[in-house]
Ligand binder design. Structure first.
Ligand SMILES: Nc1ncnc2c1ncn2[C@@H]1O[C@H](COP(=O)(O)OP(=O)(O)O)[C@@H](O)[C@H]1O
Ligand SMILES: [Mg+2]
Length: 264
């Protein structure tokens, strides 16, 4: 850890559609409501995290300009100069670019290529301007995701409550454990997402996850909630779209668990 104030949490799961971007955006918003200063980093060329706060036109505009993550990483620039304010207090974002599809290639020839992101964040860490940095990772396990892990203190693994949601998860835990020598990042917890009460997978999913040794499963979990998709359609957090919807309360609870983590 570069300083003990800013906590960096990344959202990883090499399975797409598990709820990484949704959880990252809505947890960040709840943390900001709780008065925490939060910086989001959109690490995925799908731009979903950016689209959670800005409309498509603005996101594409940011992706096409040179003030996005791709150019910062490629040029080893100070990421402090790439921060964009969201419409919400305490919540900033570093936008992504579709060019992130080429980032593996760019990193390949760099010295200490696993630590480029961490170095680009150095002045932000030193300024201690943020309580949390939340990073949305793409559904891959290459050098770029290793960069994300190397600058993270904690990992949250969203898992969809479905039979295939668990498929391949053991491999991902092995991958994360295999990174022990490079990073101090530890798994803060597994977050069960997209729980559908009409199906019966929630109980089964939790039982299987809790059978893994040394893996914490968050008490909070997120139900399937159509408000989430409507909120994303309007580029706002679900709490802004509908204050009293079930998932809003669930993300609020999750934020409490995350803020209390370490004081247990
Ligand atoms: N709790 C939920 N209820 C309803 N839809 C959800 C929920 N969580 C995620 N989704 C939808 O599922 C899809 C995948 O979620 P996303 O967060 O993009 O996953 P990932 O980032 O892991 O690929 C998106 O279309 C999103 O709108
Ligand atoms: Mg995503």
């Amino acid at each position: 850890m570069i300083n003990c104030k800013t906590k960096t949490i990344c959202f990883t799961n090499n399975k797409g559609g598990s709820g990484k971007s949704t959880s990252c955006a809505n947890l960040a918003y709840e943390l900001s409501l709780a008065g925490k200063k939060v910086l989001l980093i959109d690490g995925d060329m799908q731009l979903n995290l950016s689209l959670s706060f800005f409309d498509e036109e603005r996101v594409l505009d940011m992706a096409e300009q040179e003030n996005n993550l791709y150019y910062a990483i490629r040029g080893k620039k100070d990421l402090k100069d790439y921060i964009v304010n969201t419409p919400y207090d305490n919540l900033d974002l570093i936008p992504s670019s579709t060019l992130m599809s080429q980032i593996e290639y760019e990193l390949f020839t760099m010295l200490q290529r696993e630590y480029v992101l961490k170095k680009c964040l150095k002045s932000i860490y030193e300024s201690a301007a943020y309580d949390y940095i939340l990073i949305d990772a793409p559904p891959t396990l290459g050098t770029w995701v290793i960069n994300i892990l190397c600058t993270s203190d904690y990992v949250i693994v969203p898992v969809e409550a479905s039979p295939w949601g668990l498929f391949g998860l053991a491999n991902m835990f092995d991958f994360l454990n295999g990174m022990n020598e490079m990073t101090e990042a530890k798994i803060m917890g597994v977050l069960i997402t997209k729980v559908d009460e009409r199906k019966n997978y929630y109980k089964q999913t939790r039982e299987i996850l809790e059978s893994y040794e040394n893996i914490h499963v968050f008490n909070s979990f997120i139900h399937v909630d159509s408000s989430i998709e409507w909120a994303q359609d309007s580029s706002v957090p679900v709490a802004v779209y509908k204050k009293n919807t079930r998932s809003t309360k669930e993300f609020h609870e999750l934020a409490r668990e995350v803020m209390n983590y370490g004081s247990r």
